[in-house]
Design a protein around this ligand. Structure first.
Ligand code: FES
Length: 161
């Protein structure tokens, strides 16, 4: 009866003093850490983003939009309030309003539709009132953040409420 040869892993350390078993443990541990980071970092960013967003917004008190006082009736001007997209609307009746342009559902950028006189989120069909920023239909759970608007000569000052 012949005996099958069996594979035996060398247990002797190499020239650096590392055994194969130690090398495999370190390699598997490293791969597990990289895998955990690849999964965990996006989850952390998703969960932590509202906190970071509030901190970034809190650091900015106001934004001056040079030349925005010339914005035509029924038009919108997109701008950044800190790192976030925002919109200044000059309604056809002459009223000025400004909102955060980040949908309260999942954070897509919303757009003003002058023909509907609504602010719409194309991601999942959310609709907001273009005067108040209230969420009026679709999945958004909260209104858009509203800003104060002060129209001056040659500029518009948008500030946090
Ligand atoms: S992200 Fe705007 S409706 Fe879903």
């Amino acid at each position: 009866m012949s005996k099958e040869p069996t594979a035996v892993l060398p247990t002797e350390p190499d020239e650096n003093g590392v055994t194969r078993a130690q090398f495999i443990k370190v390699a598997v541990g490293g791969m597990c850490l990289a895998y955990a980071a690849a999964i965990g970092y996006p989850v952390y960013r998703y969960l932590n983003s509202p906190v970071e967003r509030e901190a970034a917004l809190a650091a900015i008190k106001d934004v001056t939009l040079a030349g925005a006082d010339k914005l035509e009736l029924g038009s919108v001007l997109l701008f950044k309030f800190g790192p976030y997209p925002s919109m200044l609307i000059h309604h056809r009746d002459g009223k000025w309003v400004a909102f955060d342009a980040v949908c309260s559902h999942l954070g897509c950028t919303v757009q003003y539709h002058p023909d509907l006189d609504k602010i719409v989120c194309a991601c999942h069909g959310g609709v907001y009132d273009a005067y108040t920023g209230e969420n009026v239909s679709g999945p958004p759970p909260k209104p858009l953040r509203k800003f104060n608007v002060k129209v001056g000569s040659g500029s518009v000052l948008v500030s946090r409420v």
